[in-house]
Design a protein around this ligand. Structure first.
Ligand code: HEM
Length: 387
């Protein structure tokens, strides 16, 4: 089991790491700074480079923030240790100086990340940007006494439901460009197209690749870019990757998609639209869902007050897809919840589910717990070490 030693949610652990060891690897231990232009999470190198550039931007923001904090030195909070201190005391004071700046910079950077995630991303995926409201879910504000007479407990960790893990696998929304990138990565790694890589070869290959990466994030290669003498990448190259990725729309072009149920390819979300390159990833998801013994699609819908499907055609109006479902499952009640993310009504249904999970005042704790997303539980204060 992977257990994050940080606050466990919205904590930018892909940048800072989720163990003390990871965090130590990305820090310079000087002036609160991170090593330039890198990030802790090595699995992120297996995603299209736009994701990594976002993390590099947060890295740069952190380093900018700690520079400003030190320069402003509000109320003498970040005063440099006196050079008159005896050696041993001076060493300790410099460690404290670095740590104070680092932890404060980390909190401020996480705050920016949280605001972007809740204010921009979350509002977009639950379609609030098209509604006349500024409301968004902000787990840092006080909630009612849903979890007990003392309100929501703090600092006890959070759990994301297994069902949510599955519903959120939006692999079918991968863009054509990102699909090609992933295909090329597989070809480079295995010498053949992704769809021809059997599961055991994939798992062994990924394990080998993971082990081959340097422990030091700054020494890992990133998207073929070269570092300058200060260890930074060229601004222009980073901007190009970022702006190209932003311009690139999710799953717009019908392409060489993994033929899931039928042979057609119909747009972004949908039954037939998972990139072939992610075939093995999808199979892993199905195996995981069965291992977890998840609810069926209809059970899941009932839980959220949605009408259960009575026919296969109501699951997917494409008769070919509906027919394939019929052959696979016999009755709509037997359809695995996993399929939710693949039938053509994903936007209508999955987003309703997301809205019902996230938006109601009474959060359903069985499905999506956000216990630790509160301002005070992200940290005990500006100086607390990573938990
Ligand atoms: C090229 C793009 C992508 C690649 C290469 C990729 C790859 C992967 C891989 C290798 C896994 C682990 C599979 C397993 O062990 O069960 C995974 C899981 C997952 N993916 Fe993707 N993915 C991509 C895009 C996306 C997108 C766009 C989303 C959602 C917006 C997404 C959401 C998820 C989720 C929620 C999981 C489960 C995570 C977990 O169990 O911790 N993925 N993906």
């Amino acid at each position: 089991m992977n257990m994050s030693q940080t606050s466990s949610y919205l904590d930018l652990s892909p940048l800072y790491g989720d163990t003390q060891d990871d965090q130590d690897q990305i820090r310079t231990f000087k002036d609160g700074k991170l090593k330039p232009d890198c990030f802790s999470e090595q699995r992120m190198l297996g995603f299209p480079p736009g994701c990594g550039v976002l993390l590099i931007m947060f890295n740069r923001f952190h380093n900018y923030v700690v520079e400003q904090l030190a320069m402003i030195n509000e109320n003498g909070r970040f005063s440099k240790p006196s050079d008159k201190l005896p050696k041993e005391m001076a060493e300790k004071a410099w460690i404290k100086y670095d740590n104070d700046l680092f932890q404060t910079g980390r909190l401020i950077t996480c705050g920016l990340y949280i605001n972007i995630t809740l204010g921009d991303y979350l509002r977009t995926i639950v379609n609030l940007n098209r509604s006349n409201t500024t409301w968004t879910l902000d787990p840092r504000v006080d909630m009612d006494k849903l979890f007990g007479k003392d309100g929501t407990p703090r600092g006890v960790g959070n759990q994301v439901s297994a069902e949510f893990n599955l519903v959120y696998r939006w692999h079918s929304a991968t863009s054509k460009r990102d699909e090609e990138w992933t295909e090329n990565m597989y070809k480079h790694m295995f010498g053949k197209p992704a769809s021809e890589v059997p599961m055991h070869e994939l798992l062994a290959g990924l394990g080998k690749w993971n082990a081959s990466l340097d422990k030091d994030p700054h020494k890992r290669p990133f998207s073929g870019l070269q570092r300058d003498s200060e260890g930074r990448y060229s601004d222009d190259e980073l901007v190009k990757i970022l702006s190209d990725s932003i311009e690139d729309c999710a799953g717009q072009l019908p392409s060489n998609r993994f033929i899931y149920i039928t042979l057609t390819s119909t747009g972004s979300f949908g039954a037939n639209n998972v990139p072939k390159a992610l075939r093995a990833v999808e199979i892993l998801g199905m195996m995981q869902a069965r291992k977890w013994g998840l609810a069926t699609l209809n059970e899941f819908r009932k839980f959220f007050g949605l009408k259960p499907h009575e026919t296969f055609e109501s699951v997917n109006s494409d008769p070919v897809v509906a027919d394939h479902l019929r052959h696979l499952y016999d009755h709509p009640d037997y359809i695995e919840m996993y399929r939710t993310s693949h039938h053509s009504k994903l936007l209508k249904h999955s987003l309703i589910i997301l809205q019902r999970v996230w938006l109601p005042r009474k959060l359903r704790c069985q499905w999506f717990l956000v216990l630790e997303l509160r301002q005070h539980s992200l940290s005990q204060g500006p100086f607390c070490p990573m938990r």
